[in-house]
Design a protein around this ligand. Structure first.
Ligand SMILES: Cc1cc2nc3c(=O)[nH]c(=O)nc-3n(C[C@H](O)[C@H](O)[C@H](O)COP(=O)(O)O)c2cc1C
Length: 209
């Protein structure tokens, strides 16, 4: 005999699904145990190959339609983004059984208020990553963290970190599409929202899962 199903309020409600999607993504900033804390971020390399990696979600602005990440301005992804700002994000929350895919354009910021604030509000330990002497991805003859030996295992002082500010970049992904997939035995639900710049609004619709 089939068990009766209980559905979340957003199951058949497009507007509530949209709310839930942003809510789930936003939780990633404040709750480091949330799956949205570590999305997969995709870029396109010079050969057109999709390149993906985990990144920590640092900020979300629903009104601004942006997600913020931090990275090394010398990294391989940084070069990819300079050539092609197209980016995508992937999150799966296994408890909620919700997959969220987002895509948009990344604004690469090494100077300005957003990057400065992102730098100064990061912990010294997090900023230590930017002290690597060679660019991330540089081939080396023997295993290495890339950090100067004297700082390994130590927390750098604030005044010392200032010298490395140039290696830091904030990435702001301007979201243009959001895709939602909710898994349910009774029937999955899939939806997609596209930012309509002319109307200054999101246009959403259900899709066949
Ligand atoms: C849990 C976890 C969190 C990570 N967070 C970041 C991050 O916030 N920023 C970043 O640039 N790389 C982060 N990385 C490293 C990237 O996944 C990737 O290995 C690195 O940035 C090099 O990528 P690229 O060669 O495409 O530039 C993280 C990796 C893991 C496993």
């Amino acid at each position: 005999m089939n068990e009766p199903h209980s559905f979340p309020a957003y199951y058949d409600d497009l507007a509530l699904s949209f709310e839930e999607a942003w809510g789930l993504v936003s939780t990633g900033v404040t709750n480091r145990h949330s799956p949205a804390h570590m999305p997969v971020v995709g870029t396109i390399d010079a050969l057109g190959v999709p390149q993906m990696r985990i990144m920590i979600l640092r900020g979300v602005s629903r009104d601004g339609r942006t997600l913020r990440f931090h990275t090394d301005s010398r990294s391989i992804k940084a070069e990819q983004l300079r050539q092609n700002p197209a980016s995508s994000l992937l999150i799966y929350d296994p408890t909620a059984k919700i997959q969220i895919r987002m895509s948009g354009k990344t604004h690469f910021m090494t100077t300005g208020d957003i990057a400065d604030t992102a730098w100064s509000t990061s912990t010294p330990f997090a900023r230590r990553c930017y002290m690597a002497e060679a660019a991330p991805g540089t081939p080396v003859a023997k295993p290495s963290s890339g950090l100067p030996e004297w700082i390994e295992g130590k927390q750098p002082e604030e005044k010392l970190l200032a010298d490395y500010r140039g290696n830091f970049a904030a990435l702001l992904v301007e979201i243009e599409t959001i895709e939602w997939l909710y898994l349910a035995n009774a029937g999955h639900r899939r939806a997609r929202w596209q930012w309509d710049a002319a109307q200054n609004t999101w246009a959403g619709r259900w899709l066949i899962p």
